[in-house]
Structures are given as C-alpha cells and as structure tokens.
Design a protein around this ligand. Structure first.
Ligand SMILES: Cc1ncc(COP(=O)(O)O)c(C=O)c1O
Length: 365
C-alpha cells in the first residue's frame, strides 16, 4: 500500500522532539497564545522574510482574516483562480465579497496574469493568486498589475510553504498579505488545523491580531466583530520542530518530482512543468493524463497505490457558484480538471516506491 501522504514515517523520525515539545506545553499549561505561538510567529517571519506574521486557526481563516484586515467586504470584487480548493473562494464570500474567476495558465495551473486586466472593474479591490501545488504564481506580473490598478494583493500560500521567487523572496512575502495553512498534509503540517497570515504593514498586523481574538485590541474591549481563530499552543510546538526541517522536506519533494519526471518520460503523459516564476516545492505532483485518467487510476488502485483528483470540478462550475457563471467558460481550468491526476508525494517516499508507481503507470498505458 502506498498512500498519498504517509505522516507516520515522518513522525517516527522526529518523535523524540515532538513528544518532548508536547510534554513541555502540558507541563507549562499555557495552552492559548503562549510562548510557542509567539516564538513560532517570530520564526516564520524570519524564515519568510516578512516584518509580521500572525498565527491563526486554519488556512481558511488566514484568508478570511487577511481579507477583513484589508478592509474588503460587501460587494467588493476579488480576482482569483477557479482551479483551487474551495476555501480560496469561500473566504472571499464569507467577508461579503464576490470572487471573480480568471482562467489559468495551462502549464503552471496558476492564474493567467494576461487575463486579469480585462476583468478589473470599479468594484475590484484585490487579486488573490494561489501558488497551486507549491509552484509560485507569476508574482512579478501580478504585483505590477496590482500596483497599476491600486489593488491589494493577497497570496494564498496554503500549498507553498518554503517556495521562493526567482529573486529569492519567499511566497507570502510579496503581497500585502500571505495566507498559509498547516493542515497535516501540507508541506509544513501540524497535527490538527492551523494557519498563519503574513503582513507587510504594522497597521495590518494589529488588525489581524485583534480579528483573530474577538476583535479585541485590549482585553475585554472590542472594536469590531472578530473571530476565535487562534493557533493552538500544541500545534505551534509541533510546527516549530518541523519548521527547522522544512527546507530538507521540500528538497526531498523535489527529488521525488525529478525521479517521477525521468521515469514517466516518453509515456505521453504531461508531467509538471516548472514555469520559471520561482522554486516549486511540490505540495502535489500532478500529471495530465489526456483521456487515460480512469485507466491509470484503476491500475494504481488495483495494486493499492493511492492517487487523487485535485480538483475534479473548477470553482465556477461548483453548485455554489455555478448559477452566476453558467454562460462563462474558463476552458483551461475545465480541461485541466478533466485530466489531472495527483500521484503520491511526500519527503519520505523512496526511489523504489516511485519506480513501482511509474512502472504501473507505464504498464497501464
Ligand atoms: C489552496 C488552498 N487554500 C486554502 C486552504 C485552506 O486551508 P485549511 O484547510 O487550513 O483551512 C487549502 C487547504 O486546505 C488550500 O489547499
């Protein structure tokens, strides 16, 4: 059996440190907004090269907090990708704004910057690109457009912790805000839900801190309607252990991707292409199968190898949004959704396992 992600293997290697970190939290009994959360925020800010980082309860909340702190609300339009997890657009709707989907680039599966300009209206307030599957979006182009049109830039970095741009800046350090998820299977994953927002301005940081804690700048004084969205101290303690290893984990993901790439060459399958907008950290390894997706998936599943379709239905075709988008085709997102297939990838996946997976795919074709 080869799963999409095997968190047990990773835990076995770091169990001593994790167990000790959890024991220290329990002994200290500072369970909410304690020393590990503060230290983790500081360590993330340093790692990501940003002045401010505010931890919260999930990646979905991170997006919502960023949108709220940016002052985005009722009737505002936010340009984003239709080919992402629902949370990206859900957060936009949660603050009362409208997601405006722009088609994706067929090679990176990220927002196509050439299509953004035509969708800007007088209601547009922000662009929210997703660094999908760990590959940075074309931030130079997108940031330039935001500057030209006076739009805020919010990066969805849920899948891209540790990915960097060609100039060395990390994803999440370019926009006004970066939203990260620490869902267990993410490149930097906790043992439960967790998230973090980066901010460039002190004013935004203050708002984020207040919003995540019931809209309170001063205890029991509430200036706005906020949330209970704090990162748990135990998660922070776990994430600190793993943050120290993130570059190594990402390096191994790249090794897995390279091995897949050479083993699947010549099969006619389209393997992930690095588009030159930054260093891919392969949260997912997603191939395009043409019409052969079912055949490949069945062959893998017959020998207990997992695979997954991220994502089978683009957001503009989801029931919650479909009514407004009925007559608007986004052909690249639709075509990719019909042929994408994600293969197992995690830092501990061995070369022998990758060879087995590739051999099954080759046989199936
Ligand atoms: C692109 C993207 N955005 C947002 C999220 C939401 O993160 P979370 O599950 O931590 O709420 C996820 C992952 O789940 C994601 O993949």
């Amino acid at each position: 059996m080869i799963p999409m992600v095997d968190l047990k293997r990773q835990y076995r290697e770091i169990a001593g440190e994790i167990d000790a970190a959890l024991r220290a939290v329990i002994d200290g009994t500072r369970f909410i907004l304690g020393p590990n959360v503060s230290a983790f925020e500081q360590e993330c800010a340093t790692y990501l090269g940003v002045p401010h980082a505010v931890a919260c309860a999930s990646g979905t909340d991170a997006l919502m907090l960023a949108l709220r702190a940016a002052g985005i609300g009722d009737g505002d339009e936010v340009i984003t990708s239709p080919f992402t997890f629902i949370a990206t657009a859900e957060a936009i709707r949660h603050v009362g704004a409208i997601p405006v989907f722009v088609d994706i680039d067929p090679q990176s599966f990220n927002l196509d910057p050439d299509l953004i300009e035509a969708t800007v209206t007088r209601h547009t307030r922000a662009v929210l690109p997703v660094h999908l599957f760990g590959q940075p979006a074309d931030m130079e182009h997108i940031a330039g457009l935001c500057e030209r049109y006076g739009l805020q830039l919010i990066e969805d970095c849920a899948q891209s912790f540790g990915a960097s741009l060609p100039d060395g800046r990390m994803t999440g350090s370019v926009g006004d805000f970066g939203a990260f998820s620490f869902f267990p299977s993410k490149n930097l994953g906790g043992y439960g839900d967790g998230g973090l927002v980066t901010a460039r301005s002190e004013e935004h940081e203050g708002k984020l801190r207040a919003l995540r804690n019931h809209g309170s700048f001063k205890q029991y004084h509430h200036d706005m309607i906020g949330y209970n969205s704090r990162l748990d101290e135990m998660q922070a303690a776990i994430l600190r252990v793993k943050l120290g290893r993130i570059d190594d984990y990402n390096e191994h993901r790249r090794r897995v991707a390279n091995t897949y790439g050479s083993l699947l060459e010549g099969t006619g399958i389209v393997t992930p292409r690095e588009t030159g907008h930054g260093r891919h950290v392969y949260h997912q390894y997603t191939i395009l199968t043409g019409k052969r997706r079912n055949r490949i998936q069945t062959a893998l599943s017959n020998v207990e190898i997992a695979s997954a379709i991220y994502y089978p239905v683009p957001l503009h075709r989801q029931k919650v949004f479909a009514e407004d988008w009925r007559d608007i085709p986004l052909p690249v997102a639709e075509s990719v959704a019909q042929q994408c297939l994600s293969l197992p990838i995690f830092p501990e996946l061995t070369d022998e396992e990758i060879e087995r997976i590739a051999a099954v795919i080759r046989d199936a074709l």
